[in-house]
Design a binder for this molecule. Sequence first.
Ligand code: TMP
Length: 209
Amino acid sequence: MSLFITFEGPDGGGKTTQAHRLVDHLQSQGHEVLLTREPGGTAIGEQIRRVLTDLSNTPMHPRTEILLFSASRAQLVHEVIRPHLQSGGTVVSDRFFDATLAYQGYGHRLDLAALRSITTFATGGLIPDLTLLLDLPAEEGLMRRKKHGVSSRLDAYNLEFHQRVRNGYLELAAAEPGRWIVLDASKDAGALESEVRKLVESRRPKPAG
Ligand code: TMP
């Protein structure tokens, strides 16, 4: 049976590492697993990612941003995610539409209802089965990010913006407790990895008999 898992959280929370580790683990157990990321994940999506992250694109309006994130997402759902789920596989995605609600909605304070309808249009209504929020204070996330020397247009927002994003994620998680699990991303990567494995195992359908 198919399973769609997403990783979300503020920048610097280690979701990319955890997503890779989970996929390696599931693959080693013989599952058909696909790892993808947003923005990106397809040839068209990776081109859109470059536009979004390019430091020379600083004049980009938040509404333009939403449409670009959504365009990348629409292609990813159509080309990669839906076909894999339809064939019974598992998809793990490093971010999905909740990132638009958290960053553009809570971070940039754009209208959440409008964002929900744009994202639903882009995804065709696809919702993850399980969303893991790697939560940590915005200050800590930004510090970790700087240590890795990451520099993109999307890193340029200030601390207050990232605090709103974090609080937004926590609100989204609280509103849908059946789908979201909040994890403490300040724990070490090994401890988080085993927590994630256990959670995913508990969502897998048990074999009959
Ligand atoms: P990443 O660091 O997880 O690769 O994500 C790239 C940046 O894009 C990150 O700062 C979050 C941001 N983002 C949005 O603002 N809205 C979105 O819809 C998505 C998917 C990402």
